[in-house]
Design a protein around this ligand. Structure first.
Ligand code: SF4
Length: 369
């Protein structure tokens, strides 16, 4: 990898607390309390300062994910934003905080004043029966209240998460969820197909859940993509959609194979061609024990991640990174898929078509050979 130490990195801060575990979720989180939130804020703040000092890099995106970052409250999050500004050069183009819509008392105005400018809300669905099945503690009413409060506080960039292929989900119910997002003028929507991950309650119950099979899930995803188009959203990444050019700048770094530092248990990092992560353990994080995850940033990885984006791999971006054109073996493989309408090879670059997005796993593997 051609490391360029002048390029700003992204900073991800994992907040490992949730009020209650959702039955489908395998993210690292557990219940907290005010004392634990204080302790974690001070530990994460110290680690941010330490990483800023040892890496000596600037950063231009900051993302608080979880878990439920909003549980920390605006004041603690503000402290972590300040610590990040001090550690990484002080000017972020985007500061995102994931918010759970069930807390009505969250102080959005204070969070906005502290420097956050983007909110990501775990809506998952706008249908009460689906939310109940997912074990969520909010309804559409609470989600709407959350959006209204964030707007009132000055947030002009709101992302909503949705889930596809839920047991019992219909085209009509999916349309209702999309309509909810569009009517509330969400700038960005992330949509994920429900997967039953080992270790979750849903995994144990998977045989009794009446989950859609792979074909039905793919059909649902295809229908969802058509709804997004109908409501004016650009399909800019396999699972992400936006209006008015509001792509998620932090997550763009992941797909463009750019560098980021992850702070907190289970957080992953990619710096100077090296991938590493904190294990799913608070103790390991507090002791700053990371696990090596091998080298990163080679041509195959760059192509694999970049093809998730509608911009694909451009000749220019490839050249800037590797100092050569895209090797012929990849463009030749993509040209074969072009005949089937799955890829588009032009101006020395490769991108997947909408149809290619639907079959992205196998299409990307065919291009990589
Ligand atoms: S889905 Fe979100 S709120 Fe639910 S347990 Fe997972 S991280 Fe927490």
């Amino acid at each position: 990898m051609n490391s360029n130490n002048n390029t700003p990195i992204g900073v991800y801060v994992h907040v490992p607390f949730c009020e209650k575990k959702c039955p489908y979720c395998d993210f690292y989180s557990s219940p907290g309390n005010e004392k634990k939130y204080d302790e974690y804020t001070s530990a994460a703040g110290e680690m941010i300062a330490y990483c800023g000092k040892t890496l000596d890099r600037t950063a231009d995106t900051l993302y608080f994910g979880g878990g439920t970052p909003s549980l920390l409250g605006a004041e603690r999050l503000g402290k972590l934003i300040k610590a990040s500004e001090a550690a990484f050069g002080g000017s972020f183009r985007e500061v995102t905080v994931e918010v759970n819509p069930s807390r009505e008392d969250f102080d959005f105005a204070a969070l906005r004043r502290a420097g956050a400018d983007r909110i990501s809300i775990g809506l998952q669905s706008a249908n009460e029966d689906e939310l109940k099945l997912l074990g969520r503690t909010h309804g559409a009413y609470e989600a709407k209240k959350c959006i209204v409060s964030a707007r009132k506080a000055g947030f002009e960039n709101i992302s909503l998460d949705l889930m596809i292929a839920l047991p019992g989900q219909t085209g009509e119910s999916l349309r209702r969820s999309v309509q909810f997002c569009a009517e509330n003028n969400a700038e960005h929507i992330s949509a994920y197909i429900l997967k039953t991950e080992p270790g979750t309650v849903f995994y144990k119950k998977r045989d009794s859940l009446a989950l859609p099979d792979d074909d039905e899930a793919a059909e649902m995803y295809e229908y969802f993509c058509s709804l997004m188009k109908e409501y004016g959203y650009r399909h800019y990444e396999i699972s992400n959609f936006c209006r008015n050019g509001r792509r998620g700048l932090h997550n763009l770094k992941y797909w463009r194979d750019e560098e980021y530092i992850g702070i907190g248990p289970s957080a992953h990092s990619f710096i100077d061609g090296r991938r590493f992560y904190y294990p799913r353990s608070m103790k390991a994080f507090l002791e700053n024990k990371t696990v090596e995850d091998g080298p990163g940033g080679d041509i195959e990885e760059f192509i694999m991640l970049g093809l998730r984006l509608d911009e694909g791999i451009t000749k220019e971006r490839f050249f800037l990174r590797f100092g050569t054109d895209i090797p012929e073996k990849y463009t030749a493989a993509a040209k074969k898929l072009q005949q089937a309408g799955l890829a588009d090879v032009r101006d020395g670059g490769i991108r997947l078509t909408e149809k290619g997005f639907l079959l992205s796993n196998s299409v990307i593997l065919s291009i990589l050979g």
